[in-house]
Design a binder for this molecule. Structure first.
Ligand SMILES: *Cc1c(COP(=O)(O)O)cnc(C)c1O
Length: 379
């Protein structure tokens, strides 16, 4: 079966108890036991729940992985993956990784004696040089937020295999529709399903997908031992949303490409960051490992003042955190998503005060362009 068919059907045969075509929201904490220890595979909903199981099977199939586990947020998913590390283990984090991921490793996981260092994902010698005997995990994200830097997932996976290290990658921006990291050699794929998988800005959720059964059992243990599970209703909403993932991603991609090309020609815009542009320094690599470029792009307007004016004038693009929904959003990384970084560190990474990030929605692109044009005239 191909992607869109799997997205609509995998993990969701008609419900065996009633033949309901849509899986019910199994809003039950507990399940009757016919006799002691005898049940239909469900005992208590922290451990497993039929609506959650349908979601997990569906996403495992889309990522072409053997197992998936659903969590109450993307960060809960990342925490569960980190829980397979022990004191004195070392992890290499890609520079430019999502701020919450950095905060989790820096402020929480490090308290348990797990050490971390950053590496530059565009210089793989840097990765090799930083590997220590204690390094157990390499964590990447491609493309990165907000500069759309691409990591060569296959090459990183090869380096990790050589050193017996797990390669974990955050596939939130691309979704399995455009990028399948397990097929490129990654061991574990993470999603904030809050973003494109759910796509309607109304659920916080996270997903972990993997092939290895031992890793699955460890992370599944954390899932029920820690209990950061999504509600049956949230699982149902994400399942419902995934049915349209293929058409949404195609439209996000088409709109973002048109907007990137429009911005690129606009004299008020200093620079556009979108992997679909041939001017993107890693366009060739992006084309090799992705089948599309997604709906996220950034533009540099040159100053805080101009970024402020731009955001204030936009009407269809709402200024807000988050991304990946059907509606277009705009954000200012220096004061919003990356505000916790010191200014020098932001500048070193290229997150300037004039940088604006757009999550391009699936509205009519002509309307989005009109909105951008008016705002660019005002800056
Ligand atoms: C939002 C996001 C996360 C965190 O997910 P939550 O669902 O907010 O916990 C992790 N990685 C990326 C790339 C994200 O965009």
């Amino acid at each position: 079966m191909k992607f869109a068919t799997k997205a609509i059907h995998e993990g969701q045969p008609p419900d065996p108890s009633t033949n309901a075509v849509i899986i019910p929201i199994y809003q039950s904490t507990t399940f009757a036991q016919e006799e002691l220890g005898k049940h239909k595979g469900y005992s208590y909903s922290r451990v497993s729940n039929p609506t959650r199981k349908a979601l997990e099977e569906n996403i495992a199939s889309l990522e072409e992985g053997s197992f998936a586990l659903a969590f109450s947020s993307g960060l809960a998913a990342i925490h569960a993956v980190a829980s397979i590390l022990k004191a004195n283990d070392h992890i290499l984090l890609s520079e430019n990784t999502y701020g919450g991921t950095f905060r989790l490793f820096d402020k929480i996981i490090s308290q348990y004696g797990v050490k971390y260092n950053f590496f530059n994902p565009t210089q793989l010698e840097d990765l090799e040089n930083k590997i220590l005997p204690e390094t157990k995990m390499v964590f990447t994200e491609s493309p990165t937020n907000p500069l759309m830097i691409i990591t060569d997932l296959k090459k990183v996976s090869d380096i990790c295999k050589k050193h017996n290290i797990l390669h974990v990658t955050d596939n939130t921006f691309m979704t399995p529709y455009f990028q399948k990291p397990l097929n490129l050699g990654c061991d574990i794929v993470i999603h904030s399903s809050t973003k494109y998988l759910n796509g309607h800005s109304d659920v916080i959720g996270g997903i972990v997908v993997m092939n290895d059964e031992d890793i699955f059992n460890k992370i599944r243990f954390t899932q029920y031992a820690l209990g950061a599970i999504p509600s049956p209703f949230d699982c149902w909403l994400v399942l419902r949303s995934i049915k349209t993932l293929a058409v949404r991603m195609r439209q996000h991609n088409e709109n973002a490409m048109i907007i990137a090309e429009f911005l690129q020609k606009y004299s008020n815009v200093k620079k556009v960051f979108y992997p679909g542009l041939i001017q993107h320094p890693q366009h060739k690599l992006a084309k090799e490992q992705m089948t599309g470029f997604g709906g996220m792009l950034s533009l540099d307007l040159g100053s805080l003042e101009k970024a402020k004016n731009f955001l204030k004038t936009l009407k269809l693009f709402t200024t807000a955190e988050s991304l990946g929904g059907v509606e277009s959003l705009a954000a200012h990384p220096a004061t919003m998503t990356h505000a916790s970084l010191p200014k020098e560190e932001r500048e070193r990474l290229g997150i300037t005060d004039g940088l604006v990030r757009l999550s391009v929605g699936i509205e009519d692109v002509e309307d989005l362009i009109d909105d951008l044009k008016i705002a660019l005239e005002q800056i």
